[in-house]
Design a protein around this ligand. Sequence first.
Ligand code: DC
Length: 227
Amino acid sequence: MKKITIAIDGPASSGKSTVAKLIAKDLGYVYLDTGAMYRSVTYLALQAGLTEETVNVPQLLDLIDRHPISFGLAADGSQTVFIKDQDVTLAIRQNDVTANVSWVAALAEVREKLVEQQRQLAKSGGMIMDGRDIGTVVLPKAELKIFLIASVEERAERRYKENLAKGIEADLEELKQTIAERDYKDSHRRVSPLKPADDALIFDTTGVSIEGVVTFILEKAKQIIDK
Ligand code: DC
């Protein structure tokens, strides 16, 4: 059967990773969470004491080279993230990483390095990748491009529940504010801003169940695979 590449982009907490994982499982594809890669680099930067004001880009690039990011599977089937041999799955979801990831992701040299790794991983097809610039920059030839959106209120509520389930402290009003700020920064940065590709299907998931979004994307994917 033909193996395609699927790009799922959209703002923070628009449901990208939840639906991408389910679609990957259904199709037997690999799922790549590119946000986790930017978060891992942010974690490395914070560990090294770098801030937006003091960042030394060559030093950060060197840190990335010396600390490869990889993915694994936990016993319950959920995805784990490693920096070298350190499991950072939970650490990269903490508030300090979330609060700093936008300035790290705005560094052109960091993006260049991660985009190259992402393209290598997608080479053999059968890949579903989620992020902000997958359809526009990383995989402009992806056979299926989806851009998910949802209201800030709904996204904050989703993240609130997710954080509580993971044992991460959360405040709903604060989440609304940080999500809106991250949307603004991600879509107004100079390099690879968050925006739908011209050929992306835009899907507003506000009030739509996860199954509803998954069914829509799977239908589109299967039409392309069976063609
Ligand atoms: O999807 P997420 O919230 O885990 O992503 C974390 C941050 O990484 C997000 O604020 C923007 C950045 N990001 C990016 O710039 N490009 C990507 N392809 C994925 C994420």
